[in-house]
Design a protein around this ligand. Structure first.
Ligand code: NAD
Length: 517
Protein backbone atom coordinates (compact mmCIF):
# COMPACT_ATOMS: atom_id res chain seq x y z
CA UNK A 1 0.00 0.00 0.00
CA UNK A 2 1.58 3.29 -0.97
CA UNK A 3 -0.90 5.50 0.82
CA UNK A 4 -1.50 6.65 4.35
CA UNK A 5 -4.99 7.50 5.59
CA UNK A 6 -5.59 10.27 8.13
CA UNK A 7 -8.19 9.67 10.87
CA UNK A 8 -10.69 11.88 8.99
CA UNK A 9 -10.39 9.55 5.99
CA UNK A 10 -8.18 11.76 3.78
CA UNK A 11 -5.83 9.62 1.70
CA UNK A 12 -2.23 10.73 1.15
CA UNK A 13 0.02 9.05 -1.45
CA UNK A 14 3.61 8.33 -0.61
CA UNK A 15 6.18 10.66 -2.19
CA UNK A 16 7.73 9.81 -5.56
CA UNK A 17 11.53 9.82 -6.12
CA UNK A 18 11.10 13.16 -7.90
CA UNK A 19 9.31 14.60 -4.84
CA UNK A 20 12.09 13.19 -2.66
CA UNK A 21 14.64 15.20 -4.59
CA UNK A 22 12.59 18.38 -4.47
CA UNK A 23 12.02 17.89 -0.75
CA UNK A 24 15.73 17.68 0.02
CA UNK A 25 16.32 20.95 -1.88
CA UNK A 26 13.55 22.60 0.14
CA UNK A 27 15.06 21.37 3.41
CA UNK A 28 18.49 22.69 2.43
CA UNK A 29 17.20 26.09 1.36
CA UNK A 30 14.95 26.53 4.39
CA UNK A 31 17.64 25.46 6.84
CA UNK A 32 20.21 27.83 5.32
CA UNK A 33 17.75 30.75 5.32
CA UNK A 34 16.72 30.13 8.91
CA UNK A 35 20.30 29.81 10.08
CA UNK A 36 21.09 33.15 8.46
CA UNK A 37 18.31 34.62 10.59
CA UNK A 38 20.23 33.41 13.64
CA UNK A 39 17.91 30.50 14.41
CA UNK A 40 19.24 27.11 15.31
CA UNK A 41 17.83 24.14 13.43
CA UNK A 42 16.02 21.49 15.45
CA UNK A 43 14.83 18.19 14.01
CA UNK A 44 12.23 16.32 16.05
CA UNK A 45 12.22 12.66 15.06
CA UNK A 46 8.74 11.12 15.47
CA UNK A 47 5.55 13.16 14.92
CA UNK A 48 3.40 11.15 17.33
CA UNK A 49 1.49 12.16 20.45
CA UNK A 50 4.66 13.47 22.07
CA UNK A 51 6.93 14.56 19.22
CA UNK A 52 4.41 16.61 17.25
CA UNK A 53 3.43 18.72 20.26
CA UNK A 54 7.02 18.98 21.50
CA UNK A 55 7.98 20.18 17.99
CA UNK A 56 5.29 22.87 18.20
CA UNK A 57 6.47 23.93 21.68
CA UNK A 58 10.06 24.29 20.40
CA UNK A 59 8.88 26.15 17.29
CA UNK A 60 6.88 28.51 19.52
CA UNK A 61 9.85 29.37 21.79
CA UNK A 62 11.01 32.99 21.60
CA UNK A 63 13.83 35.08 22.98
CA UNK A 64 13.24 38.11 25.23
CA UNK A 65 12.53 40.27 22.17
CA UNK A 66 9.83 37.92 20.92
CA UNK A 67 12.02 36.48 18.15
CA UNK A 68 11.71 32.74 17.47
CA UNK A 69 14.77 30.89 18.71
CA UNK A 70 14.53 27.78 16.56
CA UNK A 71 13.34 26.52 13.23
CA UNK A 72 11.88 23.03 13.63
CA UNK A 73 11.72 20.23 11.09
CA UNK A 74 9.35 17.54 12.29
CA UNK A 75 10.37 14.18 10.88
CA UNK A 76 8.39 11.00 10.43
CA UNK A 77 8.47 7.91 8.26
CA UNK A 78 6.90 7.12 4.92
CA UNK A 79 4.63 4.53 6.49
CA UNK A 80 0.95 3.70 6.25
CA UNK A 81 0.55 4.44 9.96
CA UNK A 82 2.24 7.81 10.06
CA UNK A 83 2.91 9.48 6.71
CA UNK A 84 -0.41 11.40 6.83
CA UNK A 85 0.86 13.37 9.84
CA UNK A 86 3.36 15.21 7.60
CA UNK A 87 0.90 16.85 5.15
CA UNK A 88 -1.56 17.44 7.99
CA UNK A 89 1.04 19.35 10.04
CA UNK A 90 2.16 21.27 6.95
CA UNK A 91 -1.42 22.40 6.40
CA UNK A 92 -1.29 23.99 9.86
CA UNK A 93 -3.47 21.39 11.52
CA UNK A 94 -2.58 19.31 14.60
CA UNK A 95 -2.07 15.58 13.99
CA UNK A 96 -3.52 14.87 17.44
CA UNK A 97 -6.87 15.65 18.97
CA UNK A 98 -7.56 16.49 22.59
CA UNK A 99 -9.74 18.92 24.44
CA UNK A 100 -6.85 21.32 25.08
CA UNK A 101 -7.76 24.65 23.42
CA UNK A 102 -4.04 25.33 22.85
CA UNK A 103 -3.70 22.39 20.44
CA UNK A 104 -5.73 23.86 17.54
CA UNK A 105 -3.93 27.20 18.01
CA UNK A 106 -0.26 26.32 18.37
CA UNK A 107 0.04 24.41 15.07
CA UNK A 108 -1.37 27.11 12.74
CA UNK A 109 0.57 29.73 14.70
CA UNK A 110 3.92 27.98 14.20
CA UNK A 111 3.32 26.62 10.69
CA UNK A 112 1.48 29.52 9.02
CA UNK A 113 2.16 32.65 11.07
CA UNK A 114 5.61 32.31 12.58
CA UNK A 115 6.68 29.82 9.90
CA UNK A 116 8.95 28.06 12.38
CA UNK A 117 7.61 24.53 11.95
CA UNK A 118 7.51 22.25 8.94
CA UNK A 119 7.26 18.48 8.73
CA UNK A 120 9.20 16.21 6.39
CA UNK A 121 9.66 12.55 5.63
CA UNK A 122 13.15 13.02 4.22
CA UNK A 123 15.91 11.41 6.34
CA UNK A 124 18.41 13.85 4.82
CA UNK A 125 16.93 16.47 7.15
CA UNK A 126 19.34 15.39 9.91
CA UNK A 127 22.25 16.85 7.88
CA UNK A 128 21.00 20.33 8.82
CA UNK A 129 20.34 19.76 12.52
CA UNK A 130 22.01 21.56 15.42
CA UNK A 131 19.77 19.65 17.80
CA UNK A 132 17.86 16.39 17.27
CA UNK A 133 15.03 15.53 19.66
CA UNK A 134 14.12 11.83 19.54
CA UNK A 135 10.43 11.09 20.13
CA UNK A 136 9.96 7.77 18.35
CA UNK A 137 8.20 4.85 19.97
CA UNK A 138 9.92 1.94 21.67
CA UNK A 139 7.57 -0.88 22.58
CA UNK A 140 7.72 -3.61 25.18
CA UNK A 141 6.53 -6.96 23.92
CA UNK A 142 4.27 -8.92 26.25
CA UNK A 143 3.73 -12.28 24.54
CA UNK A 144 1.22 -13.59 27.10
CA UNK A 145 -1.48 -11.50 28.79
CA UNK A 146 -0.91 -11.54 32.54
CA UNK A 147 2.72 -12.63 32.26
CA UNK A 148 4.55 -9.33 31.96
CA UNK A 149 7.60 -10.91 33.58
CA UNK A 150 8.17 -12.64 30.22
CA UNK A 151 8.06 -9.25 28.48
CA UNK A 152 11.01 -7.91 26.54
CA UNK A 153 12.11 -4.98 24.46
CA UNK A 154 13.01 -5.35 20.80
CA UNK A 155 15.43 -2.51 20.15
CA UNK A 156 15.91 -3.08 16.41
CA UNK A 157 13.61 -0.35 15.04
CA UNK A 158 14.85 2.12 17.65
CA UNK A 159 18.47 1.34 16.75
CA UNK A 160 17.59 1.90 13.09
CA UNK A 161 16.25 5.33 14.00
CA UNK A 162 19.53 6.14 15.78
CA UNK A 163 21.48 4.89 12.77
CA UNK A 164 19.56 7.23 10.46
CA UNK A 165 20.59 10.12 12.70
CA UNK A 166 24.20 8.95 13.00
CA UNK A 167 24.58 8.67 9.23
CA UNK A 168 24.17 12.38 8.60
CA UNK A 169 24.29 14.65 11.67
CA UNK A 170 27.13 17.06 12.22
CA UNK A 171 29.46 15.52 14.84
CA UNK A 172 28.77 18.32 17.35
CA UNK A 173 24.96 18.04 17.03
CA UNK A 174 23.10 17.43 20.31
CA UNK A 175 20.89 14.32 20.31
CA UNK A 176 18.28 14.61 23.03
CA UNK A 177 16.52 11.30 23.64
CA UNK A 178 12.97 11.81 24.91
CA UNK A 179 11.71 8.34 24.01
CA UNK A 180 11.06 6.26 27.12
CA UNK A 181 13.88 3.75 27.04
CA UNK A 182 15.08 0.87 29.21
CA UNK A 183 17.69 2.20 31.67
CA UNK A 184 21.10 1.86 30.07
CA UNK A 185 19.95 2.64 26.51
CA UNK A 186 21.76 5.95 25.93
CA UNK A 187 25.07 4.52 27.04
CA UNK A 188 24.84 0.91 25.88
CA UNK A 189 22.75 1.22 22.72
CA UNK A 190 22.63 4.77 21.34
CA UNK A 191 26.29 5.66 21.94
CA UNK A 192 27.77 2.58 20.19
CA UNK A 193 25.42 2.97 17.19
CA UNK A 194 26.32 6.63 16.75
CA UNK A 195 30.03 5.94 17.24
CA UNK A 196 29.87 3.23 14.61
CA UNK A 197 28.16 5.54 12.12
CA UNK A 198 30.56 8.40 12.90
CA UNK A 199 33.55 6.11 12.42
CA UNK A 200 32.19 4.85 9.08
CA UNK A 201 32.07 8.48 7.95
CA UNK A 202 35.63 9.09 9.10
CA UNK A 203 34.67 11.24 12.12
CA UNK A 204 37.24 10.98 14.92
CA UNK A 205 35.10 9.90 17.89
CA UNK A 206 37.80 10.79 20.42
CA UNK A 207 37.65 14.37 19.19
CA UNK A 208 33.90 14.30 18.53
CA UNK A 209 32.18 11.92 20.93
CA UNK A 210 28.43 11.83 20.15
CA UNK A 211 26.64 14.51 22.18
CA UNK A 212 23.85 12.41 23.67
CA UNK A 213 21.48 13.65 26.35
CA UNK A 214 18.33 12.19 27.85
CA UNK A 215 15.26 13.99 29.12
CA UNK A 216 11.91 12.33 29.38
CA UNK A 217 8.49 13.76 28.71
CA UNK A 218 5.74 13.90 31.29
CA UNK A 219 3.17 14.94 28.72
CA UNK A 220 -0.48 14.29 29.48
CA UNK A 221 -2.44 14.34 26.22
CA UNK A 222 -5.65 15.75 27.78
CA UNK A 223 -6.99 19.18 28.59
CA UNK A 224 -3.54 20.63 29.39
CA UNK A 225 -1.65 18.83 26.65
CA UNK A 226 0.65 21.67 25.54
CA UNK A 227 1.16 22.99 29.04
CA UNK A 228 2.12 19.53 30.31
CA UNK A 229 5.16 19.75 28.01
CA UNK A 230 6.05 23.43 28.31
CA UNK A 231 5.00 24.32 31.84
CA UNK A 232 6.19 21.31 33.73
CA UNK A 233 9.27 20.09 35.56
CA UNK A 234 11.91 18.23 33.58
CA UNK A 235 14.65 15.85 34.55
CA UNK A 236 17.63 15.45 32.24
CA UNK A 237 21.17 14.16 32.00
CA UNK A 238 24.03 13.97 29.52
CA UNK A 239 26.39 11.27 28.42
CA UNK A 240 29.13 13.77 29.33
CA UNK A 241 29.21 17.26 30.88
CA UNK A 242 29.19 19.03 27.52
CA UNK A 243 26.09 17.15 26.32
CA UNK A 244 24.36 17.87 29.64
CA UNK A 245 25.24 21.59 29.32
CA UNK A 246 23.86 21.71 25.76
CA UNK A 247 20.66 19.95 26.87
CA UNK A 248 20.28 22.33 29.81
CA UNK A 249 20.55 25.35 27.52
CA UNK A 250 18.04 23.93 25.05
CA UNK A 251 15.50 22.93 27.69
CA UNK A 252 15.86 26.29 29.43
CA UNK A 253 15.16 28.05 26.12
CA UNK A 254 12.04 26.09 25.23
CA UNK A 255 10.42 25.27 28.56
CA UNK A 256 9.02 27.47 31.30
CA UNK A 257 11.94 26.68 33.59
CA UNK A 258 11.53 29.88 35.64
CA UNK A 259 8.37 28.45 37.16
CA UNK A 260 9.20 24.78 36.69
CA UNK A 261 12.94 24.35 37.37
CA UNK A 262 14.73 21.54 35.60
CA UNK A 263 16.57 18.80 37.46
CA UNK A 264 19.99 17.63 36.27
CA UNK A 265 20.95 14.07 37.13
CA UNK A 266 24.50 12.80 37.02
CA UNK A 267 24.14 9.95 34.53
CA UNK A 268 21.87 8.98 31.64
CA UNK A 269 21.11 5.71 33.48
CA UNK A 270 19.66 7.84 36.27
CA UNK A 271 17.25 9.93 34.20
CA UNK A 272 16.26 6.87 32.17
CA UNK A 273 15.51 5.09 35.43
CA UNK A 274 13.58 8.11 36.74
CA UNK A 275 11.08 7.84 33.89
CA UNK A 276 10.35 4.14 34.21
CA UNK A 277 10.28 4.30 38.01
CA UNK A 278 7.82 7.21 37.86
CA UNK A 279 5.45 5.15 35.74
CA UNK A 280 6.04 1.94 37.69
CA UNK A 281 5.06 3.83 40.84
CA UNK A 282 1.78 4.91 39.24
CA UNK A 283 1.11 1.45 37.85
CA UNK A 284 1.69 -0.10 41.30
CA UNK A 285 -0.47 2.55 42.98
CA UNK A 286 -3.40 1.71 40.67
CA UNK A 287 -2.86 -2.05 41.02
CA UNK A 288 -3.02 -1.71 44.82
CA UNK A 289 -6.25 0.28 44.60
CA UNK A 290 -7.77 -2.37 42.33
CA UNK A 291 -7.06 -5.07 44.91
CA UNK A 292 -8.95 -2.97 47.46
CA UNK A 293 -11.76 -2.25 45.00
CA UNK A 294 -12.70 -5.92 45.03
CA UNK A 295 -12.53 -5.96 48.83
CA UNK A 296 -14.76 -2.86 48.96
CA UNK A 297 -17.29 -4.41 46.59
CA UNK A 298 -17.48 -7.53 48.75
CA UNK A 299 -18.06 -5.69 52.03
CA UNK A 300 -20.43 -2.99 50.77
CA UNK A 301 -18.01 -0.06 50.80
CA UNK A 302 -17.62 2.81 48.33
CA UNK A 303 -13.85 2.72 47.76
CA UNK A 304 -13.90 6.18 46.19
CA UNK A 305 -15.25 7.75 49.39
CA UNK A 306 -12.56 5.89 51.33
CA UNK A 307 -9.83 7.16 49.01
CA UNK A 308 -11.20 10.72 49.26
CA UNK A 309 -11.17 10.55 53.04
CA UNK A 310 -7.55 9.34 53.07
CA UNK A 311 -6.29 11.82 50.48
CA UNK A 312 -6.64 14.68 52.97
CA UNK A 313 -3.26 13.54 54.33
CA UNK A 314 -1.26 15.91 52.16
CA UNK A 315 2.26 14.88 51.41
CA UNK A 316 1.85 11.20 52.21
CA UNK A 317 -1.50 10.04 50.81
CA UNK A 318 -2.83 12.72 48.50
CA UNK A 319 -1.71 10.96 45.35
CA UNK A 320 -3.65 7.72 45.84
CA UNK A 321 -5.01 6.72 42.45
CA UNK A 322 -8.15 4.73 41.73
CA UNK A 323 -9.37 1.58 40.01
CA UNK A 324 -11.42 1.73 36.80
CA UNK A 325 -12.16 -0.52 33.83
CA UNK A 326 -8.42 -0.95 33.49
CA UNK A 327 -5.12 0.72 32.76
CA UNK A 328 -4.26 1.53 29.19
CA UNK A 329 -2.23 4.00 27.20
CA UNK A 330 1.25 3.68 25.94
CA UNK A 331 3.26 4.21 29.11
CA UNK A 332 2.02 2.48 32.27
CA UNK A 333 1.41 -0.71 30.32
CA UNK A 334 5.00 -1.04 29.18
CA UNK A 335 7.45 1.07 31.20
CA UNK A 336 7.82 -1.34 34.16
CA UNK A 337 8.44 -4.10 31.59
CA UNK A 338 11.20 -2.08 29.93
CA UNK A 339 12.89 -1.64 33.31
CA UNK A 340 12.49 -5.28 34.32
CA UNK A 341 13.93 -6.41 30.99
CA UNK A 342 16.85 -3.96 31.19
CA UNK A 343 17.96 -5.22 34.61
CA UNK A 344 19.03 -8.53 33.09
CA UNK A 345 19.44 -7.79 29.38
CA UNK A 346 21.46 -4.58 29.68
CA UNK A 347 23.05 -4.97 33.12
CA UNK A 348 23.24 -8.76 33.58
CA UNK A 349 21.47 -8.62 36.94
CA UNK A 350 19.71 -11.61 38.43
CA UNK A 351 17.53 -9.48 40.67
CA UNK A 352 14.71 -7.94 38.68
CA UNK A 353 11.57 -5.93 39.49
CA UNK A 354 8.79 -8.39 40.41
CA UNK A 355 6.52 -5.89 42.17
CA UNK A 356 6.57 -3.52 39.20
CA UNK A 357 5.78 -6.23 36.63
CA UNK A 358 3.12 -7.75 38.84
CA UNK A 359 1.42 -4.35 38.87
CA UNK A 360 1.35 -4.51 35.06
CA UNK A 361 -0.21 -7.97 35.21
CA UNK A 362 -2.89 -6.86 37.66
CA UNK A 363 -3.65 -3.78 35.58
CA UNK A 364 -3.66 -5.63 32.25
CA UNK A 365 -6.23 -8.09 33.57
CA UNK A 366 -8.39 -5.48 35.33
CA UNK A 367 -11.07 -5.35 32.56
CA UNK A 368 -11.86 -9.00 33.30
CA UNK A 369 -13.25 -7.87 36.65
CA UNK A 370 -15.84 -5.67 34.93
CA UNK A 371 -16.78 -8.67 32.82
CA UNK A 372 -17.14 -10.74 36.01
CA UNK A 373 -19.45 -8.25 37.72
CA UNK A 374 -21.52 -7.95 34.54
CA UNK A 375 -21.85 -11.74 34.43
CA UNK A 376 -22.81 -11.84 38.10
CA UNK A 377 -25.68 -9.49 37.30
CA UNK A 378 -26.51 -11.02 33.94
CA UNK A 379 -25.35 -14.65 33.74
CA UNK A 380 -25.89 -15.22 30.00
CA UNK A 381 -24.48 -12.62 27.67
CA UNK A 382 -25.36 -14.48 24.51
CA UNK A 383 -27.28 -12.13 22.17
CA UNK A 384 -27.40 -9.49 24.88
CA UNK A 385 -27.17 -5.96 23.48
CA UNK A 386 -24.27 -4.19 25.18
CA UNK A 387 -23.49 -0.49 24.62
CA UNK A 388 -19.95 0.48 25.58
CA UNK A 389 -19.42 4.18 26.15
CA UNK A 390 -15.77 5.12 25.67
CA UNK A 391 -13.00 3.32 23.80
CA UNK A 392 -10.01 5.56 24.50
CA UNK A 393 -7.74 4.55 27.35
CA UNK A 394 -8.48 7.66 29.40
CA UNK A 395 -11.18 10.26 29.85
CA UNK A 396 -11.10 13.23 27.47
CA UNK A 397 -8.34 11.89 25.20
CA UNK A 398 -8.64 10.27 21.77
CA UNK A 399 -5.78 7.79 22.24
CA UNK A 400 -6.89 4.14 22.00
CA UNK A 401 -3.51 2.50 22.49
CA UNK A 402 -3.80 -0.46 24.87
CA UNK A 403 -7.28 0.72 25.79
CA UNK A 404 -8.81 -1.60 28.43
CA UNK A 405 -12.07 -1.38 26.50
CA UNK A 406 -10.46 -3.67 23.90
CA UNK A 407 -10.13 -6.61 26.29
CA UNK A 408 -13.70 -6.10 27.48
CA UNK A 409 -14.92 -5.89 23.88
CA UNK A 410 -13.04 -9.05 22.88
CA UNK A 411 -14.43 -11.01 25.81
CA UNK A 412 -17.97 -9.80 25.24
CA UNK A 413 -17.59 -10.85 21.59
CA UNK A 414 -16.47 -14.27 22.75
CA UNK A 415 -19.64 -14.52 24.81
CA UNK A 416 -21.66 -13.71 21.68
CA UNK A 417 -22.96 -10.42 22.99
CA UNK A 418 -24.15 -7.86 20.43
CA UNK A 419 -21.93 -4.85 21.02
CA UNK A 420 -22.17 -1.23 20.01
CA UNK A 421 -19.47 1.27 20.92
CA UNK A 422 -19.44 5.03 21.18
CA UNK A 423 -16.74 7.58 21.83
CA UNK A 424 -17.04 11.35 21.45
CA UNK A 425 -13.34 11.77 20.58
CA UNK A 426 -12.22 8.62 18.79
CA UNK A 427 -13.00 8.42 15.08
CA UNK A 428 -11.44 5.07 14.23
CA UNK A 429 -10.35 2.29 16.55
CA UNK A 430 -7.00 1.48 14.97
CA UNK A 431 -6.35 -1.53 17.19
CA UNK A 432 -9.57 -3.14 15.97
CA UNK A 433 -8.82 -2.98 12.24
CA UNK A 434 -9.68 0.72 11.87
CA UNK A 435 -13.22 0.17 13.13
CA UNK A 436 -15.32 3.34 12.67
CA UNK A 437 -16.65 4.54 15.99
CA UNK A 438 -20.27 5.61 16.28
CA UNK A 439 -20.73 9.30 17.06
CA UNK A 440 -24.47 9.20 17.56
CA UNK A 441 -25.10 8.23 21.15
CA UNK A 442 -28.78 7.47 20.65
CA UNK A 443 -27.89 4.97 17.91
CA UNK A 444 -25.37 3.29 20.22
CA UNK A 445 -27.83 3.11 23.08
CA UNK A 446 -30.84 2.08 21.03
CA UNK A 447 -32.19 -1.19 22.45
CA UNK A 448 -29.19 -1.68 24.79
CA UNK A 449 -29.77 -4.11 27.64
CA UNK A 450 -26.42 -3.33 29.26
CA UNK A 451 -24.78 0.11 29.26
CA UNK A 452 -21.12 0.19 30.25
CA UNK A 453 -19.74 3.60 31.23
CA UNK A 454 -16.22 2.51 30.37
CA UNK A 455 -14.45 5.87 30.16
CA UNK A 456 -15.39 8.96 32.10
CA UNK A 457 -15.48 11.38 29.15
CA UNK A 458 -16.83 14.85 29.91
CA UNK A 459 -19.50 14.37 27.25
CA UNK A 460 -21.04 11.56 29.29
CA UNK A 461 -21.16 13.56 32.50
CA UNK A 462 -24.09 15.63 31.27
CA UNK A 463 -26.23 12.56 30.59
CA UNK A 464 -29.36 12.32 32.70
CA UNK A 465 -30.51 8.83 33.70
CA UNK A 466 -33.95 9.51 32.19
CA UNK A 467 -32.36 10.36 28.82
CA UNK A 468 -30.12 7.29 28.85
CA UNK A 469 -33.08 5.03 29.59
CA UNK A 470 -35.17 6.76 26.95
CA UNK A 471 -32.45 6.29 24.32
CA UNK A 472 -32.20 2.60 25.25
CA UNK A 473 -35.96 2.21 25.02
CA UNK A 474 -35.80 -0.21 27.95
CA UNK A 475 -34.33 -0.40 31.47
CA UNK A 476 -30.74 -1.51 31.01
CA UNK A 477 -28.16 -2.78 33.48
CA UNK A 478 -25.92 0.21 34.17
CA UNK A 479 -22.22 -0.53 34.71
CA UNK A 480 -20.06 2.24 36.20
CA UNK A 481 -16.38 1.46 35.63
CA UNK A 482 -14.94 4.89 36.35
CA UNK A 483 -16.70 6.20 39.45
CA UNK A 484 -18.71 8.06 36.90
CA UNK A 485 -22.10 8.11 38.57
CA UNK A 486 -22.95 10.09 41.67
CA UNK A 487 -25.11 8.43 44.29
CA UNK A 488 -27.98 10.69 43.20
CA UNK A 489 -27.64 9.41 39.64
CA UNK A 490 -27.47 5.82 40.85
CA UNK A 491 -30.63 6.37 42.93
CA UNK A 492 -32.33 7.84 39.87
CA UNK A 493 -31.47 4.78 37.77
CA UNK A 494 -32.74 2.54 40.56
CA UNK A 495 -35.91 4.58 40.82
CA UNK A 496 -36.51 4.13 37.08
CA UNK A 497 -36.11 0.41 37.53
CA UNK A 498 -32.57 -0.21 36.27
CA UNK A 499 -30.02 -2.38 37.99
CA UNK A 500 -26.70 -0.61 38.69
CA UNK A 501 -23.25 -2.07 39.42
CA UNK A 502 -19.83 -0.48 39.61
CA UNK A 503 -16.13 -1.15 40.06
CA UNK A 504 -15.16 -0.37 43.67
CA UNK A 505 -18.71 0.66 44.48
CA UNK A 506 -19.80 -1.93 47.02
CA UNK A 507 -22.14 0.60 48.62
CA UNK A 508 -24.58 0.30 45.71
CA UNK A 509 -25.97 -2.74 47.55
CA UNK A 510 -26.90 -0.41 50.43
CA UNK A 511 -28.39 2.16 48.07
CA UNK A 512 -30.58 -0.63 46.68
CA UNK A 513 -31.70 -1.53 50.21
CA UNK A 514 -32.43 2.13 50.95
CA UNK A 515 -34.38 2.37 47.75
CA UNK A 516 -36.46 -0.69 48.59
CA UNK A 517 -37.42 0.94 51.89
N1 NAD B 1 1.92 9.31 24.81
C1 NAD B 1 2.27 9.75 26.00
O1 NAD B 1 1.44 10.23 26.75
C2 NAD B 1 3.72 9.72 26.45
C3 NAD B 1 4.06 10.39 27.63
C4 NAD B 1 5.38 10.41 28.03
C5 NAD B 1 6.32 9.73 27.28
N2 NAD B 1 5.96 9.06 26.16
C6 NAD B 1 7.00 8.37 25.41
O2 NAD B 1 7.31 9.14 24.24
C7 NAD B 1 7.69 8.27 23.18
C8 NAD B 1 6.82 8.54 21.98
O3 NAD B 1 5.49 8.24 22.31
P1 NAD B 1 4.27 8.67 21.41
O4 NAD B 1 3.07 8.49 22.25
O5 NAD B 1 4.51 9.98 20.78
O6 NAD B 1 4.37 7.54 20.28
P2 NAD B 1 3.66 7.54 18.84
O7 NAD B 1 3.60 6.14 18.42
O8 NAD B 1 2.42 8.37 18.88
O9 NAD B 1 4.68 8.33 17.95
C9 NAD B 1 5.90 7.84 17.51
C10 NAD B 1 6.12 8.40 16.13
O10 NAD B 1 7.46 8.11 15.76
C11 NAD B 1 7.46 7.75 14.39
N3 NAD B 1 8.70 7.03 14.10
C12 NAD B 1 9.03 5.77 14.47
N4 NAD B 1 10.28 5.48 14.04
C13 NAD B 1 10.72 6.58 13.40
C14 NAD B 1 11.93 6.90 12.73
N5 NAD B 1 12.93 6.04 12.65
N6 NAD B 1 12.05 8.12 12.16
C15 NAD B 1 11.04 9.03 12.24
N7 NAD B 1 9.87 8.78 12.85
C16 NAD B 1 9.73 7.58 13.43
C17 NAD B 1 6.19 6.94 14.22
O11 NAD B 1 5.82 6.82 12.88
C18 NAD B 1 5.22 7.76 15.06
O12 NAD B 1 4.60 8.78 14.31
C19 NAD B 1 7.54 6.85 23.72
O13 NAD B 1 8.76 6.40 24.17
C20 NAD B 1 6.59 7.02 24.89
O14 NAD B 1 6.76 6.02 25.85
C21 NAD B 1 4.68 9.05 25.73
Amino acid sequence: MSVSVAPDGTVFSFPTPEEDKIEFDILKRLSEEERKRGRKIVVVQGMGFVGSVMAAVVADAEDRNGEPLYFVHGNDLVSRRSFWKIPVINSGKPPVSADDPEIPKIFPRCVNEKKTLRATWHPGVFTFADIVVVDIQLDAQKPVLGQAEEGYCDLNAFKQGMRTIGKSIKPECLILIETTVPPGTSEKIVKPVLEEEFTKRGVDIDKFPPMIAHSYERVMPGSKYVSSIRDYWRTFSGINEKAADLAEKFLTNVLNTDNFPICRLGHTNASEMAKVLENSYRAANIALMFEWAKFAENIGVNLFDVIKSIKVRKGTHDNMLRPSLGVGGYCLTKDPVLANWAAEALFGLEEKLPLAVNAVNINDLMPMHTLEIIEDACPSLQDKRVAILGVSYLQNVADTRHSPTKLLWENLMEKDAIISVHDPLVKVWTELGDMRIEKDLSKTLNDAEIVVFAVGHKAYKALHPEDVVEMCGRKPLIVDCSNFLTDDQIMKYLEIGCNVIGVGKGHIKQLKEKFKK
